[in-house]
Design a protein. Structure first.
Length: 92
């Protein structure tokens, strides 16, 4: 006699797809943060995470593309600020 219901998995997604979705969200957040602080580090990390999540087939493609765009924007902001201040870094 069984007193409890059998355990069934409610999560139908593959672990790799969940990892790719997490990387897409992380790339978006890091790209957004990189516009404010540490863009020399966060920009490239956002680009790599977005590229890997797109390569793995994330369900959050829009967020991955935004992360990729924001990562590139981080580097553009850094280069522009460096050119305007004539230094190898920038500060506000």
């Amino acid at each position: 006699m069984q007193l409890t219901a059998p355990v069934t998995s409610r999560d139908d997604t593959r672990p790799a797809a969940r990892d790719a979705d997490g990387m897409a969200v992380a790339s978006f957040i890091l790209g957004l943060l990189g516009l404010l602080v540490l863009n020399i580090f966060l920009g490239p990390i956002a680009i790599v995470l977005a590229a890997v999540s797109l390569w793995r087939g994330t369900a959050r493609r829009g967020r991955a593309w935004l992360g990729l765009t924001l990562g590139v924007a981080d580097l553009v902001v850094l280069v522009t600020a460096m050119q305007l201040s004539h230094t190898l870094s920038w500060s506000m």
